[in-house]
Design a protein around this ligand. Structure first.
Ligand code: HEC
Length: 157
């Protein structure tokens, strides 16, 4: 029995070591691309900081990885969030979205932040600095609303 247990432990350890050679590609692109959210429109510094701190790890081309983010299978789990998050909304590619998509993204941002669904719960457990206070949520929501209205009015001209 004892022997079997040791055998299983060794197999698991070897599997864990092998897994380390299979890492997902890291999200370490450049943030200022000329197409990013901040490049063509004025965004207040306070909003900029909030989005960078609470959203950019999963919604931009650059993630600040924690040290354990290099360890598989955690790295695979993180990569899934980054890939899916970026697919839905990428602040680094913001200016390449047509106005209609920008508006629908702004509405989604408003809804997600209002409902407390973003940032993801699992992320907030580790990133305490990304937790949004009620005031900070209000700031993001009013920014999204204002920005959305600007684009809507532009469309009607
Ligand atoms: C830990 C990673 C992570 C962080 C941090 C994060 N998101 Fe997300 N976000 C995701 C993932 C994954 C999805 C896609 C799956 C889903 O909708 O739950 C997503 C989806 C979204 C969507 C699209 C929702 C929809 O219904 O299509 C919006 C809008 C959004 N996030 C806004 C934000 C905002 C704003 C912040 C910061 C306040 C933020 N997210 C922080 C991972 C993240």
């Amino acid at each position: 029995m004892k022997k079997a247990f040791r055998y299983i432990l060794i197999v698991l350890l070897v599997a864990f070591i092998i897994m380390q050679f299979f890492q997902p590609k890291k999200n370490l692109g450049i943030l200022s691309t000329g197409k990013d959210l901040f490049s063509q429109v004025y965004v207040d510094d306070s909003i900029k900081l909030l989005l960078e701190t609470s959203c950019f790890d999963c919604h931009s081309n650059h993630t600040n990885y924690p040290w354990y983010g290099q360890i598989s299978p955690i790295s695979i789990f993180l990569n899934k969030h980054v890939t899916e998050g970026k697919e839905k909304l990428n602040f680094t590619e913001w200016q390449s979205y047509p106005d209609k998509e920008k508006i629908s993204n702004l509405v989604d941002i408003y809804d997600e932040v209002e409902g407390g669904d973003m940032p993801l719960e699992s992320y907030l457990k580790i990133h305490k600095d990304a937790v949004l206070s009620e005031h900070e949520r209000d700031l993001i929501m009013s920014w999204a609303e204002k920005e959305g209205l600007v684009l809507l009015n532009k469309k009607e001209e």
